[in-house]
Design a protein around this ligand. Structure first.
Ligand SMILES: [Zn+2]
Length: 411
């Protein structure tokens, strides 16, 4: 298959790109005489978007049994608990909701997804549903699952056993929620347990960490030092780290040394955090997001994710990472030209690092033919116009094709 006359993100000029049997076979400068295939009309090809943080077991449940009226994280957790205890959770129903969400994400250019799944929901229907879906979606959208102890590991009866059971069922990564454990000591013990489990199952670690506005919430330093000492940094993601937005600069400058040495990755969900955090503040009201710009400028890897699609924590969300990115660069003040000119990294290559993708990611001969074609010429134009994804190809198969609406303005 030939895609002719495309830009390729990060390169000058126009290209003709060919792929065969699911791999890129040729990338050459565009020649007018090349005919056939798909005419990209100068639009931009890039590796697909990566959704590094979503909860597919919870999507599309907003309003059942009731909406989150305060908009806080903790009412989200209690509403989800009510959902779990009043709605019979059934594998087929969870899969149907998750599949609907995956179709939305695919429409917006996502081909790789890391989803958390609540393992303190003891029927394990969510784990079963997402493990089945992970297998069924292979070759279309690649899914990694994370054993997520919503009610804690030490603070939930049988929490350690539930985590082990999920890993035995084939869950990809080990999760955690140390800041939500009853005490700091429980939080620290949970971190040691998380890495013990990761070593035992040779799995990546992806932990909800300091998702609050408490400047004393400092699980991140424990997560980073454990990752450093066990040589697990590149395979570790610290998600949210909202409290870092409230840390004092003296502590942060000390902390950054450890974070860099540890080589851990970060995930931030700016639409979710700007919605959930700062709720207990009067004015001035904090933004409740981690230091995305400062971490990035210090050379650390930060990827943006959606977290929720119409669930008890966030009632909006359609799977569109460009919308998340737009919010993220505003809230993090990454709207200077230098940041803006490569802002798509935050929802593409940086997410690929979080998911430890390799052969399947990048526009290079020999790599898997995974790409999207965006209606635009560069990062600034794409984020400014919220450009549509006009083509999404995974393993050489077209999974989404969109014909943008034609609009004529009559003046
Ligand atoms: Zn989350």
């Amino acid at each position: 298959m030939l895609i002719s006359n495309c830009r390729i993100r990060g390169r000058e000029g126009f290209y003709d790109v060919e792929y065969e049997n699911g791999k890129f076979t040729s990338i050459e400068s565009h020649r007018e005489e090349r005919k056939g295939g798909y005419d990209a009309e100068g639009n931009m090809m890039m590796p697909p978007f990566v959704e590094p943080h979503i909860h597919l077991d919870c999507v599309l449940t907003a309003g059942i049994p009731h909406y989150n009226m305060s908009g806080t994280l903790f009412e989200g957790i209690t509403t989800w608990h009510e959902y779990k205890t009043t709605q019979p959770l059934v594998v087929s129903e969870i899969k149907e909701r998750a599949r609907t969400a995956l179709r939305l994400m695919a429409e917006y250019g996502v081909q790789f997804v890391r989803t958390h799944v609540d393992v303190t929901e003891v029927s394990f229907q969510g784990v079963q549903a997402l493990e089945e879906l992970k297998e069924e979606m292979k070759g279309i959208i690649e899914i990694q699952t994370v054993a997520f102890p919503q009610n804690g590991i030490l603070s939930c009866k049988g929490g350690k056993e539930l985590m082990r059971r999920a890993m035995d069922m084939g869950v990809t990564c080990v999760g955690g929620i140390p800041h939500y454990e009853y005490t700091r000591e429980y939080g620290l013990e949970s971190i040691r347990f998380i890495f013990d489990l990761a070593e035992q199952y040779d799995a990546c670690v992806d932990v909800h960490c300091d998702e609050n506005d408490d400047e004393q919430s400092r699980c991140l330093e424990a997560l980073a030092v454990t990752a450093l000492e066990r040589g697990w940094g590149r395979r570790t993601v610290a998600a949210h780290t909202c409290a870092m937005g409230s840390y004092n600069d003296a502590y942060c400058s000390k902390l950054f040394r450890l974070l860099k040495d540890s080589q851990i990755n970060f995930n931030s969900c700016p639409t979710e955090s700007i919605h959930l955090q700062g709720r207990i503040d009067s004015f001035p009201k904090r933004r409740g997001i981690t230091r995305i710009k400062e971490l990035t400028h210090e050379g650390m890897n930060v990827a943006l994710g959606q977290d929720s699609i119409a669930d008890p924590w966030y009632p909006i969300g359609v799977g569109n990472l460009l919308r998340v990115l737009e919010m993220g660069i505003h809230v993090a003040q990454m709207t200077g030209y230098e940041d803006l000119s490569h802002c798509l990294d935050l929802i593409s290559v940086n997410g690929a690092k979080n998911l430890c993708l390799d052969q399947e990611y990048g526009i290079e001969v020999g790599k898997d033919a995974n790409f999207i074609l965006l209606g635009g010429k560069d990062d600034v134009e794409v984020v400014r116009f919220q450009s549509p994804v006009i083509l999404s190809v995974h393993n050489g198969q077209t999974i989404v094709e969109k014909i943008p609406a034609k609009v004529s303005v009559k003046f």
